[in-house]
Design a binder for this molecule. Sequence first.
Ligand SMILES: Nc1ncnc2c1ncn2[C@@H]1O[C@H](COP(=O)(O)OP(=O)(O)OP(=O)(O)O)[C@@H](O)[C@H]1O
Ligand SMILES: [Mg+2]
Length: 323
Amino acid sequence: MKKNPETKDKSPKLVERLKGRVKSKAWIARGTPKEKEERIGSNTEEFKRADTQLQIEIEKRKWAEEELKKAREELERRVKERTAELVKTQEQLSKAVRILSVHKRQLRSMASHHTISEERERRKLAVYLHDNICQSLGVAKMKLDALRESGSPSDLIGSVDEVTQIIKSTIQDVRSVMVDLSPPVLHELGFEAALEWLAEQFHEQNGIPCGYENDQHPKPLDDDVRILLFQSVRELLINIIKHAQASKARITVLRKDDNIHVVVEDNGVGFKPSQYGSPMVVASGFGFFSIRERLSSIGGNMVIKSWKGKGSRVTLAAPLKRS
Ligand SMILES: Nc1ncnc2c1ncn2[C@@H]1O[C@H](COP(=O)(O)OP(=O)(O)OP(=O)(O)O)[C@@H](O)[C@H]1O
Ligand SMILES: [Mg+2]
């Protein structure tokens, strides 16, 4: 063990000093026996005092060395602690970098997925226009051509009726395509009415009853939030049709402080929700991931709750319009 520099140099000096106080043999040997006795007595006292002082100095040195040891141990402990903190921070940092790069990959993949699904939708629309609208208009044109060729007024009424019928059903087809692309109810009657309409449509088209509840509190929304929530609910309903095997569903819309909550539930097969929508998981689908990303960009969030065999509940939260 190293010596305390404070005490290291003091001891030899102290010994010298003490030596000076203890008188020499020659000094004691001088004088009468009584004087000698007195001198021996006083020297013994000096010895005792010197010994006590030496003991005190030794104790002080021991204490100082103890303190030094403690200080060194404390320093080592702090260095260890700090190193552990640094290692932890570094680990967190590399985890964040990993998440970020997966996220980046996911976003790139999501962008291309959107491009592909947009293209798929365009193709669907083109096929629909060809198979329904163009065919109907083609038949209507043929009827009019035949009418002109025939020149017979007796055929006129029948043909005009047929063409009118074709045009009527074509107009209906065009309307339903328009509604699918951008439901007017969302723009004309507002978000809550559009959700109710979605629930009815869902029931009509899939035969699965879909309830609708509204707490009736005012829920003013910005246009982008309204459209985003509407599209998200539509995606969640499509998920129910695709994955849930449910016999009923429900949409609930509530106001919670300065946020709107939209809850979409089903009583289907359920699933393990933890991984979906997380950037760490390259999930099979993009529905949840895309909803989560888009909601977070407007200050909202999505919570998925699901239990195997007991259905699912997805809650979308978004900020209300600031007045
Ligand atoms: N209501 C539900 N009931 C049961 N499982 C569900 C439900 N909703 C989602 N899932 C499960 O969660 C997965 C992820 O859903 P997500 O919408 O992200 O992708 P997807 O529907 O498979 O594909 P995409 O939305 O890209 O067409 C689904 O593949 C399905 O396994
Ligand atoms: Mg989906």
